[in-house]
Design a binder for this molecule. Sequence first.
Ligand code: NAP
Length: 343
Amino acid sequence: MKTILVTGGAGYIGSWVTKDLLEKGHNVRITVRDKSKTAKYEHLTKIAESSPGILDFWEANLTQEGSFDEAAEGCEAIIHIASPFILNVKDPQKDLVDPAVQGTRYVLNAATKSSTVKKVVLTSSVASINGDAQDMELQGLSEFTEEHWNTSSSLSHQPYSFSKVQAEKEAWKLAEAQNQWSLVVINPSFVLGPSLTPTSKSESLTLIGDFLKGKFKTGAPELYFGVVDVRDVAKAHIKALENDNAKGRHILAPRVLNFFEISQVIEKAFPGKYKLPKKLAPKWLLGLIGFMFGVSRKFVKQNVGFKVSYNNQKSVNELGMDYLPVETTMKEMVEQMHELKIV
Ligand code: NAP
């Protein structure tokens, strides 16, 4: 039994990680930005009541230096999940890059200042492995592996991906500058599956909600992305925490699908129930109307129609991962969104 600090522990991914830790008997400290907003974490209070582990809540903000210091003291490990996952922002530096990069620095500095933390598990992303889908072809690759880094995102083009690659680089820099704790990084692809929290604004939930409400009914963009179940993402974090031999980065991307293929998986489970796209939208049309979906012409040009492939093998060999089928992920996600009256 250990005491683990989970930053962003009440979010979409964080809630599953917290649940798994509590059920395994670990004591968990989660950070939230505002403790008075109990609706954001009361689902976890209920889970803690029937779990052997003890849960408590700490207030901390990624934009405030020193904010995580007190919460980290006394913990054996930190799972650093918190980071904004929003695609439509007004000020990418302030809304994405600063909380991601400075926040990572403040959390890892808290690990170093503590007298107890021996391990940090960081939630990065495949957005830190590659930026545009066309990068694979441009770099002459047949697949992306843990050796690759996103070199095509910037503050003005794919700023969320830029925030993730900058934050992960900062984490490796800080890890190499000390020898008190070791760093293991998890790089999930697009995370889908049922949510324990009804309040998360994660793009995972927003996007599938938009889909089911008919936003793409005239045609789905031919955008390919890796997909992984949120419960598998949580499992990978726990395995990374518990396995003393876990090292480096770990891609979690058991399947690659495009938007139309995702909608067909949903249609098969719920025939005729949702206004799902019946075909792929032509690329030229997306170039013209992409702004309506918050994407630039450059994004459409460099992503639509380009296949991507990720090598997932390290997560299987070194973390012992096996993955849920995407059919289960989508069925249970949609059922749950329906129960919560999101769709
Ligand atoms: P989420 O539900 O929105 O979780 C984001 C968490 O970050 C929330 O718990 C939020 O805290 C916290 N946070 C945001 N800004 C903060 C700030 N300024 N100070 C302190 N905490 C802050 O989204 P998610 O999908 O679970 O994402 C969690 C992590 O997974 C992120 O690092 C994201 O980049 C990464 N990731 C997600 C996916 C995906 O497809 N969902 C894929 C790869 C990687 P509050 O509880 O206080 O709001």
